[in-house]
Design a protein around this ligand. Structure first.
Ligand code: NAD
Length: 377
């Protein structure tokens, strides 16, 4: 029997927002959610006006998230979950208040701005028994899920090295001084957290490496830089990683390298083979068995694994991409909310803590003069 949609209230994601609209599309794709309320903007009036364009009931267009949580908690048809798509510094207070008011949370990365906040939020998730979904987009791609399954099945053998690059160029000049809203908060440590590129794209890279490898490094050595002068957070990072198993890893994260749009890629090697995936050609996964020619595996094509098939919406060779990957996260989130903890593919509060532990270790390593540093548990 079909279940009623999960009712969502969104915080952030207003007129000028980047990721809020993507969440709204992704949440609709499988008809498992309905957006019924929101506090969409830092400017309450602008947020209410925006809610009208989404055709929300006027009494559910709120000026602030506090108003939304209070009013929704008192309704019979209250929201089930709060979606947090604000700048980073609001993730913690909004998620905390939402959990305390009895709602599930679907939250953007990084989970919080500090490791302490992340730990305290993870403890609250446990205490309240509510679900917490962290939207690390790239775990939603069928070929990333296939890579994870192939590594787990031993197709590349014993892990030797993981390399992830996440390179962009949109912060290559001081665009924050021209008023670009997204650049202003991302380069302000009070709003983004102490990590710049390492928090914004580095946490995605770290999560992707852990998701595909199925193991996490214990130590890292980071060299961070602010290559645009006057910037108070890092915008370029080179990180080496060590695993307890003896495997090695590397993350290159930058937002200032001309020619890079959303250039995310992963290469993972074991003693028997290797896999390579590039976000800008997301339907393809290159696989090499040592001693054999490289093979191009295609989404939903020959050799597709169960997760890649389940995550595909249309037949092979009919292109899918970013929005469908995001919708896979929402589809899994619906399952997790209805019967916790849900699929192994869905990033949770623990992954959020790991992301902030990664950022903290990068900062500590760099400040100590680029030394090997333990990533806290
Ligand atoms: P943005 O600056 O484009 O949009 C932020 C929105 O939040 C704006 O509408 C703003 O008005 C609103 N806002 C700010 N303060 C608010 C408040 N007090 N109450 C209600 N709304 C408020 O930012 P963005 O690029 O959309 O990023 C938002 C979050 O999503 C960040 O944490 C970012 O790291 C994350 N993000 C994730 C991905 C991904 O791939 N998963 C991609 C982009 C951004």
């Amino acid at each position: 029997m079909s279940q009623p949609p999960i009712r969502l209230g969104m915080v952030g994601g207003g007129t000028t927002a980047l990721i809020g609209p993507v969440h709204r599309i992704a949440a609709r794709m499988d008809d498992r959610f309905e957006l019924v309320a929101g506090a969409f903007d830092s400017d309450p009036a602008r947020g209410r006006e925006f809610a009208e364009t989404l055709r929300l009931a006027p009494e559910r267009a709120y000026g602030t998230y506090e108003e939304m949580l209070e009013a929704e908690a008192a309704r019979d048809d209250k929201i089930d979950a709060v979606v947090i798509v604000t700048p980073n510094f609001l993730h913690f207070p909004v998620a905390k208040a939402a959990l305390e008011a009895g709602f599930h949370v679907i939250c953007e990365k990084p989970m919080t701005t500090t490791l302490e906040e992340a730990r305290s939020l993870a403890a609250l998730v446990k205490e309240t028994g509510k679900s917490f979904v962290l939207t690390h987009t790239y775990t939603g791609y069928p070929m990333v899920r296939q890579a994870r399954e192939m590594v787990a099945a031993g197709e590349i053998g014993t892990l030797r090295r993981v390399e992830v690059e996440y390179l962009q160029d949109w912060l290559a000049t001081a665009v924050e001084n021209t008023g670009s809203e997204g650049a202003v908060w991302r380069t302000d440590p009070a709003k983004a957290g102490q990590g710049g590129a390492i928090g914004d794209v580095g946490t995605h890279a770290y999560n992707l490496a852990a998701f595909v490898a199925g193991e996490e490094p214990t130590h890292l050595l980071a060299e961070l830089a602010s290559l645009v002068s006057g910037r108070s957070v890092d915008d370029d990072a080179m990180i080496m990683m060590r695993y307890a198993s003896g495997a090695k890893g590397a993350i290159l994260a930058s937002q200032v390298l001309p020619g890079n749009g959303n250039n995310l890629s992963i290469r993972i090697y074991g003693d028997k083979g290797g896999l390579e995936w590039w976000q800008e050609r997301p339907e393809e996964l290159w696989f090499t068995r040592l001693g054999e020619p490289r093979q191009l595996l295609r989404r939903n094509g020959a050799g597709a694994t169960a997760a890649a098939i389940a995550g595909s919406r249309v037949p092979a060779a009919h292109p899918e991409g970013y929005l469908e990957a995001f919708a896979n996260i929402y589809r899994d989130a619906a399952d997790a909310l209805r019967s916790p903890p849900g699929s192994e593919f869905i990033p949770n509060a623990n992954d959020g803590v790991r992301g902030l532990a990664f950022v903290a270790a990068c900062l500590a390593s760099d400040r100590a003069g680029n030394v090997w540093t333990k990533i806290e548990d």
